[in-house]
Design a binder for this molecule. Structure first.
Ligand code: FAD
Length: 606
């Protein structure tokens, strides 16, 4: 079984050379302690933890899965010890406020950590990941008392958290939530209902679990305007902060599922469970969606992670496994046959994975800088600043989440393909990556919903195309500056054309949607994918510009490293980016080709 190697070289290239994180951190209040030395030490230490502790549990966790006995969930062997290691190392509080026991480092540091953990072992990373969602919600919407009670044990990793939204009848359309919350004389509420698919709903890693639950008050308006948010602890906290009596919430069963088997996905029953309102009545969805942008960047990591992991393993295999001779003549004449890596088609697969992993990582780090500013706005109480960066991030997050998780699935599949039939056999781990990755396009909003959020809400309704204009202006300004460089000129010219096309497509879709409302839903996926390919092209130009500069003037890395960046950019521009045109054509095709069949005529069976 291969192991994960933290791609520190690429991470540092992006942080230090492409996106100037050292300068960015200097300008942030939370960045005072994020000096280059500290960042370097954290990355190295986190990489070691992921390589030595989490990666070895990846396959065994999948084989064992979680189990439910007498209402209590047990995680696979080794998870508890690994979690203790994680909590004692202070990793959960890396980017959490110091007043609650965190290290107060910028939010982006947390994302770097999440990327490595999620790549080494996505199932494991779900447990602390969900806790972060709960922490953020309480931090932003909780009362002082609630913050005081919950944030420190969550930050220290002694307690964990969950996000309980989905019910059997609804996942996307949360306006249909039925779980009831009845007010009690003491100001608390009794919650009754069933939530399904709840990640980390129960487990044996922490002494308590804090559920953040969407529920409906007795006379609440119908739909999304009648949903409130509650804290429902597994064990009610005692006065002294210790764990008190068991609450009426329990895991009814574990979902049997395709992948991420070491992550406990639970049906949670709330049987008159005591809960505490968080945020204003009937504004639960709004509260839940604050920080959703950061959560979605978190899920976008699940596009980059599998591309990276599957690439690392496929590359090793392609260098060792031999099959036939290269078409251009023997490459390894002393061997019985040439290694797979000498075949053009295998290289197509490997380079696609590499371009997605490194291009996707760049997209994440670009967005993470915006997240730092947004979080700083919230922490400083500067709501205008928070809103400004939330908008910028809000435009990018559906692109990151939707596009990168789709590309992550492609990359994982290609990794399996490089292994031939051996990819389908469990021992190599490649089929596990495919199974684990598949969930990423589904939860935290399916690709279709991300696409609607991007095109329908962010582009058409909220900004009438302004969000695309603002972003493409930035991209085009950068591209224009590269036109004078011979090596970069072809990329820059292509990118300039695409930025103009992106605006034109937006206008054409907007006009078409005025006449035919189905246009938005019909065009959304292609619009999202087009946007993703162009955004990734921008990231490849940013990396190429640094590589050219460093090759001319000398840089931190070897020449081969920078040459490899340019070669991968060339591959991306010439072999992957042309796909954007297929999406453009499809996006503008009439809705008739989708909508003309009556629902009952979609199949003729029986
Ligand atoms: C392993 C796993 C872990 C999960 N973890 C959690 C968790 O921790 N907490 C939690 O609350 N939930 C969790 N979920 C639930 C997950 O977020 C939902 O499954 C997801 O949001 C989709 O909802 P749904 O399954 O009800 O699909 P539906 O909403 O029924 O959607 C079905 C399909 O229809 C499409 N669709 C729906 N509405 C529209 C529309 N208006 N326009 C166009 N297309 C549409 C969707 O894109 C999708 O393709 C988890 C799910 C899984 C499988």
């Amino acid at each position: 079984m291969p192991v994960y190697k933290a791609p520190l070289r690429d991470m540092k290239f992006l942080l230090n050379e492409v996106f100037d994180y050292p300068g960015h951190y200097q300008r942030l209040a939370s960045g005072a302690n994020a000096s280059p030395d500290i960042v370097d030490a954290i990355l190295t230490e986190c990489g070691r933890f992921c390589e030595e502790v989490l990666s070895p549990l990846y396959q065994s966790g999948d084989e064992q899965g979680c189990s439910l006995t007498d209402g209590e969930v047990t995680t696979p062997e080794g998870y508890k010890a690994a979690y203790q290691h994680y909590a004692e190392g202070g990793w959960q509080g890396l980017s959490a406020p110091e007043e609650f026991g965190g290290q107060g480092l910028p939010a982006s540091m947390g994302l770097l950590k999440q990327e490595m953990m999620g790549t080494a072992n996505w199932s494991f990373s779900m447990y602390p990941g969900l806790s972060l969602g709960a922490m953020n919600t309480i931090f932003l919407h909780g009362s002082d008392d609630q913050k005081h009670t919950y944030l420190t044990p969550l930050t220290e990793g002694r307690w964990a958290g969950t996000m309980c939204l989905t019910e059997p009848q609804c996942g996307t359309d949360l306006g249909q939530v039925k779980t009831k919350a009845e007010p009690q004389a003491d100001g608390s509420y009794k919650l009754t209902g069933t939530k399904i698919f709840i990640s980390s709903g129960d487990h044996d890693l922490t002494e308590n679990i804090i559920h953040i639950v969407l529920a409906r008050l007795p006379d609440a308006p119908k739909g999304t305007r009648g949903i409130s948010l509650f804290i429902v602890p597994k064990f009610l906290p005692a006065e002294d902060g210790a764990v008190g009596p068991r609450n009426g919430v329990s895991c009814g069963s574990l979902e049997k599922k395709m992948g991420i088997k070491a992550s406990a996905t639970c049906v949670m029953n709330f049987d008159g469970a005591t809960g505490f309102l968080i945020g204003p009545e009937n504004e639960g969805l709004n509260c839940m969606f604050t920080f959703m942008n950061t959560a979605r960047i978190g899920t976008a990591i699940q596009g980059v992670g599998p591309a990276e992991l599957s690439y690392q393993w496929a590359l090793d295999y392609a260098r060792e496994r031999r099959s036939m001779r290269a078409l251009s003549g023997k490459k390894e004449p002393d061997q019985v046959a040439d290694a797979l890596i000498h075949h053009g088609d295998v290289r197509r697969m490997l380079l696609t994975q590499k371009a997605i992993a490194e291009g996707g990582r760049a997209m994440l780090y670009y967005a993470a800088r915006l997240a730092d500013h947004m979080v700083e706005g919230h922490t400083e109480g500067d709501l205008d600043k928070a809103a400004k960066y939330d908008d910028k991030l809000g435009f990018l997050t559906p692109i990151l989440k939707g596009f990168l998780t789709e590309m992550g699935c492609e990359a994982a599949n290609l990794g399996m393909q490089v292994f031939g039939g051996h990819g389908y056999i469990r021992e190599h781990g490649m089929e596990q990556i495919v199974r684990d990755t598949r969930i990423a396009t589904l939860y935290e909003g399916t690709t279709g919903i991300q696409a609607l959020d991007l095109l329908g809400r962010k582009v058409l309704v909220m900004t009438q195309g302004g969000a695309v204009r603002e972003f493409t202006l930035k991209v085009a300004n950068f591209a224009r500056k590269q036109l004078t460089n011979k090596r970069l000129r072809p990329f820059a010219v292509e990118l300039l054309k695409l930025t103009a096309q992106w605006n034109l497509l937006t206008v054409r879709v907007m006009l078409a949607a005025r006449k035919d409302r189905d246009v938005v839903s019909a065009a959304a996926y292609d619009f999202l994918m087009f946007s993703g390919y162009v955004t990734m092209a921008y990231m490849w130009l940013r990396q190429s510009a640094v590589a050219v500069d460093k090759l001319t003037n000398g840089g931190e890395d070897s020449e081969a490293f920078y040459q490899a960046k340019l070669a991968t950019a060339e591959f991306y521009y010439e072999r992957l980016l042309p796909r954007a045109q297929a999406h453009a054509t499809s996006m503008l095709s009439p809705t008739r080709n989708l909508m003309q069949l009556d629902a009952e005529d979609m199949a003729f069976t029986g």
